[in-house]
Design a protein around this ligand. Sequence first.
Ligand code: 5GP
Length: 208
Amino acid sequence: MIKHNGVVLVLSGPSGAGKSSLINKIADEIGDFYFSLSTTTREKREGEEEGVHYHFVSKEVFEEDIKNDNFLEYATVHGNYYGTSLNPVRKALAAGKLVIFDIDVQGNMAVKNRLGDITTSVFITPPTLSELKNRLEKRSTDTQEVINGRLAMARCEIQRTSEYDFIVVNDDLDTAAKVLKQIALTARLKIPHQIINTFVHKWEDIRE
Ligand code: 5GP
């Protein structure tokens, strides 16, 4: 086996796609992983906790972090800032972990540009737009206006699925979880360019 540092698994997809349920379902079966806790300026929703769902900060604090180059990537989603702090990710990668991000399509592109050779990306979606609408309405944590915003966003995001390595259609949770587990285990096998170059150099052990 070629030994190397950690790798990244990016998960994107509309709220209501079931990303959190899928992660929870496979958490015990994909080895040691670090789930990247994002920072956001959006309001805390009912039931959400600081340090569990997000780091909730003010716009001023977020903009200070941008200035100090503290983010691996950040984006504006639904009018709020969301970002991935660089330091915890660096540490987790150095510890050889599978680092999982739940970020939007803009974030995926930014991560691909910075860490493309160790990144596997997955777009998770319900089977249709109307099924997404049903799920969001059933969840009843959002107002109709927020739901409409999410649906509009989902219509835009689905156009960019070709930027991902895999699409997981979450029709049936058990089936989708099985597929995602396979992808997560395979993501661990991805080898950075630098390590491949070193391997090739060593492999050529007969010099002419
Ligand atoms: P929500 O407000 O429903 O928790 O998240 C809204 C959207 O923001 C989701 O698509 C989620 O994937 C995305 N998101 C959450 N954290 C980050 C982040 O750190 N960076 C980026 N680019 N998007 C994020």
